[in-house]
Design a protein around this ligand. Structure first.
Ligand code: GCB
Length: 598
């Protein structure tokens, strides 16, 4: 359940961990008979032995859509089924055995040895289950997962399913990025003792050069254990320790967590080590959490880290690449963060859903500031069912990311239809919900609405706006950009007296397409368009309410098919293969100059 902790699984003296990544057996249902697998009880069938179902190999983690050669699989709507075998050592008998999925897109049902183990109803967020009572110890086990990608009116995100005249079932959605699906992040099996550390919450504070680590540990199981909580610095020296489950560690002249290029030593992480000890002095459980000591504060004109105003130089991004779709790819995420450092950026938004925990770890370590976004995108039809699902996505997001120093803001949604009056009460409740879970970070909604038509701004700490003058509006007319951009951003600030970030602006650009004088889709046009926006930003930076710029997008990405897309959305300043367009070199000059400036 979501009331429990969802700590990132780490091996320790008291915890064993086995990966279930690799090749799984996979079966797809026919779109017109989506419940075939449920009716035929595929969770009871051995995929390796059956002739009744067509089985193929499927990599985990990966989206399943682009690994095949047929559009049936790519455009499939409804459940698909994954299965594999695994062993549980006899030595695990008596421990708690957990299965943890970092993300299944979108809905998952899990069976172990034919027994229902757990279900989960949202993509891009982890879930886990205690399967101790249904595994075979010292023997072979079978795990089967049904994954349903269907998006409906009250799912997060939303979509519509129709049946075409041909009989094919078709999923449509209002957002542009491709609706990749599958087991797209790691799956692990791990153990904890019966009495274990279920959750840790850390909130840090500073006073001059000193730091405070306010922590609280949730223990499940026996209440006779005592704690030893220690903070280690990067070199492995214990800095301070305590023996209570909830307390404050005082760190004299702390190494604060600073954003990239704001300090010679950005992204400094300590390790908070928690040990549970039983009355006889034996170690019961041990878990270590990387933490950063920093504060975030904000007012009507600024956002500050450790009392210093920040200016975001960043991107909107996607988890997206050839073949594996949204599947976690370690070489790719390292390449991305190398490019982020190269270009001198200090931030990005996890548009339009929570990113893999491994990605978030990199951001924490490098000092990259994150606007952490819920999977709610282009929200419309504000029903109470939608509201409940949306709140749940935020509960799970905040539970997962609450301790991350890199997360500096929560984004409740991207481009909801806040021109409708119903959105007012909806976003009042959404923002209240976020505040009830975490009052230490500012909250935003990323709006494309004209500021005067919007109903969400009154609840927000920071306004984030997406603007496409010179592209979707007044296509090709770059002479309108500066005035329009300044008008919109200023208006957000005037209306709500809050700082403003431009979270999207950009132009589709086909790499290698050159045109003089510049023409839409050419590399020259992208450079000219971006330069116009920068003129507007520089003007507003002088006025003191404009606190960040994020280009749409870091890299080209796959979309649903559309006549406005050429193999996908091409607004990247890097190609889908992470090579620079001309704009990347131009942006690099700007971001490094901005970093020097501030
Ligand atoms: C937007 C959306 C983003 C799209 C982008 C575009 O406003 O927030 O998801 O990809 O426009 O390029 O159309």
């Amino acid at each position: 359940g979501t009331e429990c902790g969802i700590l990132y699984p780490r091996a320790s003296e008291s915890r064993e961990l086995v990966t279930l990544d690799g090749l799984w057996s996979f079966a797809s249902t026919n779109d017109t008979n989506p419940f075939q697998g449920h009716v035929e009880k595929w969770y009871d069938i051995d995929f390796r032995a059956t002739d009744d179902v067509e089985i193929r190999a499927m990599p985990v983690p990966a989206s399943y859509n682009d690994v095949g050669t047929d559009s049936d699989l790519r455009d499939h709507v409804g459940p698909v089924w994954y299965q594999r075998k695994f062993y549980v050592p006899a030595s695990w008998d008596g421990l708690k055995v957990w299965i943890r999925f970092s993300s299944v897109c979108r809905a998952a049902e899990v069976w172990v040895n034919g027994e229902p183990a757990t279900t989960h109803d949202i993509g891009h967020l982890p879930f886990q289950a205690d399967i101790s009572s249904i595994v075979v110890y010292g023997g072979e086990n079978t795990i089967t997962v049904a994954v349903d990608n269907t998006l409906l009116e009250a799912t997060i995100p939303q979509g519509i399913v129709t049946t075409l005249e041909s009989g094919r079932v078709k999923q449509t959605y209002t957002f542009d990025f491709f609706n990749y699906a599958g087991i797209d992040r790691p799956v692990v099996l791990y153990t904890t003792p019966q009495t274990y550390i279920d959750d840790v919450t850390v909130i840090t504070d500073i006073d001059g050069t000193n730091g405070f680590v306010n922590y609280s540990v949730v223990v499940e199981g026996s209440d006779t254990v005592t704690a030893r909580v220690s903070l280690f610095d990067k070199t492995g020296n214990e800095v301070v320790s305590d023996t209570v489950l909830q307390g404050t560690l005082f760190v004299q002249s702390a190494n604060l967590w600073w954003p990239y290029l704001m300090d010679p030593n950005p992204g400094y992480l300590y390790s908070l080590q928690i040990q549970l000890i039983d009355p006889s002095g034996t170690l019961i459980d041990k878990y270590s959490l990387p933490i950063g000591i920093r504060t975030i504060t904000w007012d009507s004109k600024s956002v500050k880290i450790n009392d210093k105003p920040i200016y975001l130089r960043g991107f909107g991004r996607h988890e997206d690449s050839d073949i594996k779709g949204k599947g976690l790819d370690l070489p790719l995420i390292i390449r991305d963060h190398n490019l982020i450092k190269w270009i001198g950026a200090n931030s990005y938004r996890t548009s339009h859903y929570p990113y893999a925990e491994e990605i978030m770890d990199l951001a924490d370590e490098l000092g990259i500031m994150i606007i952490d976004e819920s999977p709610s995108v282009n929200t419309e039809n504000f029903t109470s069912e939608l509201l409940e699902n949306h709140k749940k996505s935020l509960t799970e997001l905040i539970q997962r990311d609450k301790n991350r120093p890199g997360v500096i803001m929560w984004s409740a949604s991207n481009e909801p239809q806040t021109e409708y009056e119903e959105s007012e009460d909806y976003y009042r409740q959404i923002v209240d919900h976020i505040k009830s879970l975490d009052a230490t970070r500012p909250v935003t909604v990323v709006n494309a609405q004209a500021p005067d038509d919007d109903h969400s701004g009154q609840f927000l700490d920071v306004a984030c706006c997406n603007v496409y003058h010179g592209w979707y509006e007044e296509p090709g007319d770059l002479d309108v950009v500066v005035t329009e951009v300044v008008k919109v951003a200023r208006r957000w600030n005037e209306l709500h007296d809050i700082p403003v970030i431009m979270t999207e602006y950009g132009a589709d650009t086909l790499e290698g397409f050159h045109y003089l004088p510049s023409y839409m889709w050419s590399e020259e046009f992208q450079n000219n368009l971006l330069s116009k926006y920068w003129q507007a930003f520089d003007q507003m930076r002088q006025e003191g309410f404009f606190v960040g710029e994020m280009i749409w997008n870091f890299a080209d990405f796959r979309t649903d098919q559309s006549f406005i897309r050429l193999g996908g959305n091409k607004k990247g300043i890097f190609t889908r293969n992470r090579q620079p367009k001309a704009s990347a070199h131009l942006l690099r000059k700007r971001y490094w100059a901005l970093a020097q400036d501030l």
